[in-house]
Design a protein around this ligand. Structure first.
Ligand code: KG4
Ligand code: ZN
Length: 351
């Protein structure tokens, strides 16, 4: 019998204890939730080691996950003050991400779930970022607008129910985080780019008119023009031997990149009659963006639900949160579940 089949007809507990495991990139993370209450979250990162190479080296990430996974899980259980035998399910990221890295967490989760005799729940990493908001505000209920801005995805979605969403707009080229990382590289800032852009931007002002992408056309985004404008601006100045402020470039770029996210999310909420915008993904850790989103929400009579910064970037609490959604829907995985490097967010329109 397939493993998932064993749990068909399982009567879901109201407040199940779910272990979440995340290993898609350079963070080895484990967390425990009880229903929507977060009991623990542990993140062991190999980012400092990766920084030496200017990006994530898959082989190094996989080895670091192997070193860290057991410790991350036992620390998460300890911090939650629970025994592993009390767990009701194990949720784990199966994609998207680095294959070798994903396989470490996935293999660990499979054996853990099997040994405990509890359901295994494969979680799509991006759905995890979207679900982080459920922990940030335990009263949050669909429908609402989701603003997703991570290293690989940028989208505005209409979250209709816990398991159904409609993509209203997404990026036509680079994701917001990718643009942050590329602009950081142009400015000679180390990996990861976003937090470094944010730090440098604090010393500068928004005084360079970078393009805020194309206007109109619904809720889509395009970041490649902005990236090129930053490259051209810096190269032009350098070729002419003119002085320029890297901090002003960072501040101006940050505004151009973030303002459009806020604009699109707010206009979607107004159009769809949603009172709430929930945000997720690494770029949502940006303080300028957070302040801007909160300000615009207040000005338009909306509510912003922003996960704490540490739950915007990669973590396992969000995986456990999406695990809860899937647990309640009875969506369990088999032990043959494989890692996926790419999982499309979906086509524009209803999912
Ligand atoms: O969601 P995430 O942790 O990973 C993916 O699933 O892609 O997002 C990582 C992205 C990176 O591009 C990083 O530069 C960006 O989020 N990021 C930030 C900040 N922290 C992380 N961007 C702007 N400001 C930040 N504070
Ligand atoms: Zn992520």
């Amino acid at each position: 019998m397939d493993y998932a089949q064993r749990f068909k007809g399982l009567v879901p507990k109201a407040e199940p204890l779910i272990l979440g495991i995340e290993s898609s990139c350079d963070e080895t993370a484990a967390a425990v939730v009880q229903g929507r209450k977060l009991l623990s979250s542990v993140i062991l990162s190999s980012a400092a080691e990766q920084a030496k190479y200017g990006g994530v080296v898959p082989e190094i990430a996989s080895r670091a996950h192997t070193d860290a996974i057991s410790k991350a899980v036992s620390s998460a259980l300890e911090e939650a003050h629970i025994e592993k035998s009390m767990l009701d399910a194990v949720a784990v990221t199966y994609g998207a991400g680095l294959l070798g890295a994903l396989l470490v967490g996935l293999s660990f989760a499979k054996s853990f779930a099997y040994a405990l005799g509890v359901p295994l729940i494969g979680v799509n990493h991006i759905r995890g970022h979207m679900a982080a908001a459920y922990l940030a505000d335990q009263t949050l209920e669909p429908p609402f607008i989701t603003l997703l801005a991570s290293g690989g995805h940028t989208a505005v979605l209409y979250t209709k129910s816990y398991t159904e969403f409609e993509i209203l707009g997404s990026t036509r080229d680079d994701a917001a985080g990718e643009a942050m990382d590329k602009a950081a590289r142009v400015l000679g800032l180390p990996y990861p780019g976003g937090p470094n852009i944010e730090r440098l931007a604090r010393e500068g002002k928004n005084c360079i008119a970078f393009p805020k992408m194309f206007r109109g056309n619904g809720y889509d985004f395009s970041y490649s023009g902005l990236k090129t404008a930053v490259i051209n601006y810096c190269h032009n100045k350098e070729q002419k031997g003119e002085e320029y402020s890297r901090a002003d470039v960072a501040a101006s770029f940050q505004c151009a990149a973030c303002d459009v996210l806020v604009e699109r999310a707010v206009s979607a909420a107004l159009k769809y009659g949603c009172k709430t915008i929930a945000a997720g993904g690494g770029v949502i850790a940006n303080t300028y963006l957070r302040e801007c989103l909160v300000r615009e929400c207040i000005a338009n009579g909306l509510r912003a639900v922003l996960p704490e910064k540490k739950f915007c970037t990669d973590n396992a609490a969000m995986i456990a949160a999406e695990g809860l959604v899937q647990y309640r829907a009875g969506n369990f995985s088999d032990l043959s579940l494989n890692a996926c490097a790419h999982i499309p967010l979906g086509k524009k329109g209803k999912q």
